[in-house]
Ligand binder design. Sequence first.
Ligand code: PLP
Length: 383
Amino acid sequence: MSRQLVAVLGRGVVATRDPIASADDMGLVRGDGCFDAMRVLDRDGVAEVENLAEHLARFARSAATLGIAFDEDGWRSLVADAAQAWPLTPEAVLKLVLTRGAESDPGMPTGFLTITELDLAAMRRARAGIGVRLLGRGYASDAFADAPWLLGGVKLLSYAVNSAAKRMAEGFGDDDALFTSTDGYALEGPTSAVIVRRGDRLLTTPSGATGILDSVTGRQIFARAAGEGVATSHELIAVTDLFDADDESQREFRQRFIPSGLANEILLDVYVRRVSFMPHEHSLNRRLYQAYAEEVRRVDSNHDGVISAAEGDIDAASDGFQDNSRLFLPATSFNRFAVTREINDGLLAPRFAPSQRAWVLQGAIAPVNPAVPASLDRDIDDR
Ligand SMILES: Cc1ncc(COP(=O)(O)O)c(C=O)c1O
């Protein structure tokens, strides 16, 4: 088991298994409280609590929003005592926890901290790069504007949703999740902020109306970047733009299979271009195979026989074209329709494709004129 230290506000460092709260503590039974977390590093034999002032300030803001009394001096001296008592490890996490206290004893908040050794091997793996799964948070990017009861920006104790999202992402084989809004923007991870490099700028999601946490790490990175002349900006980041990261290793990396426009080219090669495409080849199987290989080759820049999302990206160029828009047929070019999401596992949602016919549904079709755009949140290309 990793090493841990526990200290209680008003009592100091206690034995790890000492009781710290009563059974009717509102933090335990309602998640009614807040926390903050930061790293503790071994700096030449002294425990250094990283960015303590910023984390304490955010912790105090969380407590104020919740209307829970905050003893700033008490916390400062508790942290100092705990850091002194900590048997140094290369990296550890310090967690400050404040709850509304026992329901039977109103106005007496519970405060404690833990310092827990971090698993260095896991940290090293994470630093080498991770895969994330986009998971909908279920609200729009401005849901927290003028709605203080939603407690946006407060680092609430109730992290059950965040933990579930991480578990789900891991269940899909990814390392972590990235929450998205219903209007198609990247919000934050379950325990992390999102920063995107676009050209020579760094972008991050604004806090406030989005309800996301104001990240201390994000602020540190932005301050350092500004010091080095790198432009930074807080702005909403469309999920579709995440796939366009400039750093190749940060791009969408899944395979695209055969984009609709390319499938159409293959169809034309095999059946229509009988004079210009392999005029002497009459075997349908061989025409199909060669057409497939030929059309994929035009886009497949690393010659692995597969079109990756990066190679098939609509904004990228291939085969002498300025962009790859020719690879994707507009839905209206199919004299067919498809309905997404009528199966609720989210994995096999059908979409327009030349090989598909139609789904017969019950109910009436209501044609609209002019056409309306598809819903961004449900129909964007993230499946
Ligand atoms: C939901 C959420 N967003 C963002 C962050 C990143 O915040 P910070 O950089 O201050 O640790 C965290 C950290 O735990 C978090 O839980």
